[in-house]
Write a protein that binds this ligand. Structure first.
Ligand code: SF4
Length: 381
């Protein structure tokens, strides 16, 4: 596993402390989106389809740090948009690291080599480079040729400077297990520290709605992929039990509050994937969200979700409660044969509500009425 021991111990101690304190819902990873602007336009992305006035907004450094303080999660994933377009992204990372947060800075790597000098290697810091497969698969996924080669060159440059570098792969129904297996072999050869892998979530705002995976197909695909890791050579930056869940061996409910999301609109309700309203504070998010209204089996939009931002927290909490089970899976590898764990019934889920543009309309009205000067994109590059 690619998760450093220091992080495993700190996060394990944090989970145990929350249990001892009797905290029912607590966060593990803050998903921080300091901006939505991106320098790519991927077909499966549901994060960047906003009007320019919103794409031009940024969370300030102080707002980012306040979000980390407010929720208290030990890990922070900086996502977006493309975080390297934020002109103060280095300051955001530096101040989070100073608070001993484990910071993962997600990037498509187009600006990575240019910005490397702004960062320093740290045991609290890792790059997470978006790579959805080999050269053909990735360039198709991001709808632009040449991106894979630039990302690989940037990964090598970051590794040469002593940074920890992971990749983040989102798989769709077009994924071919053999090619994905070869791709994982290739990125391990390049020298990356870890792989984060997840099925894509069918974002309402994503332009391509046709290629998202359903749960059965997801489990079959991951069994096909994991079967090909014959020498257990792939190093995953994820818990063994989450990978076991992807392969259909665990019946988990999601933990949407485990990865709370803070962006320009506020604290996203209920999770990183679904935006069905926003809370002004983290406390309000935790205390006033109707959590039972969400999750697979409860809500139609959750029916096919197996995404790491929803289920990794469930797997980590299970690992802390059942360390022997987690260790057994880690040592023996993921089971890729035999019966799958029971699936959650969908017959009582409530139908989807289409509410995704309300917060956008409210924000546009707010921006218009206040005539706020939007920070120009060029200042952020
Ligand atoms: S299943 Fe859970 S994590 Fe997935 S979209 Fe629904 S609430 Fe979010």
């Amino acid at each position: 596993m690619a998760i450093p021991l220091r992080q495993t111990i700190r996060v394990g101690a944090y989970v145990i402390a929350q249990h001892l304190k009797g905290v029912r819902r607590y966060p593990l990873v803050l998903m921080l989106e300091p901006l939505f602007r991106c320098n790519l336009a991927c077909a499966g992305c549901g994060k960047i389809d906003y009007p320019d006035a919103i794409l031009n907004q940024r969370l300030s450094v102080d707002e980012c740090i306040a979000a980390a303080d407010e929720c208290g999660a030990p890990m922070v994933v900086i996502a977006g948009g493309e975080p390297l377009l934020h002109r103060e992204i280095d300051e955001i990372a530096r101040r989070l690291i100073a608070k001993r947060k484990f910071v993962y800075l997600c990037t498509n790597a187009l600006l990575l080599e240019k910005k490397l000098d702004l960062f320093e290697p740290s045991p609290y810091f890792a790059w997470t480079v978006h790579l959805d497969g080999d050269r053909d698969d990735h360039d198709r996924s991001v709808c632009q040729s040449g991106v894979y080669d630039r990302a690989v060159a940037a990964i090598k440059a970051a590794k040469a400077r002593g940074f920890r570098v992971n990749i983040n792969s989102t798989l769709f129904d077009t994924a071919d297990p053999e090619r994905i297996a070869r791709f994982f072999d290739d990125v391990m050869d390049i020298g990356i520290d870890g792989i984060t892998v997840s099925p894509g979530y069918a974002y309402e705002r994503a332009p391509d709605q046709q290629h998202f995976l359903n749960r059965r197909r997801t489990k079959e695909l991951f069994r096909e992929i994991f079967r090909r890791d014959r020498g257990h050579c792939w190093s995953f930056n994820q818990s063994s039990l989450f990978l076991d869940f992807l392969a259909g061996n665990q019946s988990y409910r999601c933990t949407p509050w485990g990865n709370p999301t803070r962006n320009y609109f506020g604290w996203q309700r209920p999770c990183y994937l679904l935006g069905e309203g926003y809370a002004r504070t983290f406390k309000e998010l935790i205390e006033e969200t109707d959590w039972d209204a969400y999750g697979t089996g409860n809500y139609e939009k959750c029916a096919n979700c197996m995404v790491h931002s929803g289920y990794e927290a469930t797997a980590v909490m299970d690992s802390v409660r059942n360390p022997l089970k987690a260790a057994t899976v880690a040592l023996r590898g993921i089971r890729t044969e035999g019966a799958m764990a029971p699936e959650i019934a969908l017959d009582r889920q409530r139908p989807a509500e289409y509410v995704f543009s309300r917060h956008v309309e409210e924000a546009m009205a707010r921006l218009g009425s206040r005539h706020e000067p939007a920070e120009s994109v060029s200042r952020s590059r």
